[in-house]
Design a protein around this ligand. Structure first.
Ligand code: CA
Length: 232
């Protein structure tokens, strides 16, 4: 990326907004800031930022509404910043098209890591040179064409559903995928009893790829939200 990414910060809590923008400037990012949802929609239209950091509880329109509006014309990555008590809202935001979330309070390191992941996804999606047949992270290699999964140089056998889930996670490394999203992609069903089935499949997938499934190295659980594959 030649130019430093341009980031829109939408947060009505001034100390938090200052904390975020200070971290962005320290990293040399350019940014715009606003405390209102309507301004966020207008600014993202007029300035087409590379990424949006968005609070959900805003004084005018809700963050969820901002996502819905921005997603009508733009794929700009959106990272939600939200309080822990808004778990359900967070899931809704992700299902509406947000890319990731941070729970307040969060550290600068965590914020910057999420920004890097989201910007990398954009770069990856735009690059024709990335090998789309092979995914590698740590000691895990997934070959989509041969439907092979290798861990620590040993091939492991996955059932067709497990392989589908694994492939889906590999398509979005570092990004949290909600239960609803995974279920929709794998079974094409709306959220029902499938959450339980998903848990069962994830447990068996973990037993096969994780040395210690209770302390996973590859697939993290985002409690109450979904799963995230490690990306570096
Ligand atoms: Ca707020």
């Amino acid at each position: 990326m030649e130019n430093k990414p341009y980031i829109l910060v939408v947060e009505d809590d001034k100390p938090i907004r200052n904390f975020i923008t200070a971290a962005l400037s320290a990293q040399g990012f350019k940014y715009m800031e606003t405390d209102k949802g309507n301004d966020a929609v207008a600014l993202s239209m007029s300035h087409n930022p590379d990424l949006i950091i968005l609070d959900l509880g805003l004084p005018d329109i809700d963050g969820i509404e901002v996502i819905a509006k921005v997603r009508q014309w733009s794929k700009t990555p959106i990272i939600i910043v939200s309080a822990r008590e808004n778990e359900r809202q967070k899931v809704e935001a992700l299902d509406k098209g947000a890319d990731d979330y941070l729970t307040k309070p969060f550290g600068i390191g965590e914020l910057l890591a999420r920004i890097r992941v989201s910007l990398r996804h954009t770069a990856m999606n735009q690059s024709p040179n990335i090998d789309k047949d092979l995914f590698k992270v740590k000691n895990l290699v997934v070959d989509f064409n041969k439907r092979r999964v290798v861990i620590n140089n040993e091939e492991i056998h996955l059932t067709p559903i497990e392989f589908k889930i694994m492939s889906l996670l590999c398509k979005y490394p570092g990004k949290v995928l909600t239960h609803n999203f995974i279920i929709h992609e794998i079974w094409g069903a709306e959220l029902g009893n499938e959450t339980q089935s998903l848990r069962v499949f994830m447990a068996s997938l973990r037993r096969k790829i994780e040395k210690n499934p209770a302390q996973p190295e590859y697939i993290y659980t985002e409690v109450g939200v979904g799963y995230r594959l490690v990306d570096e």
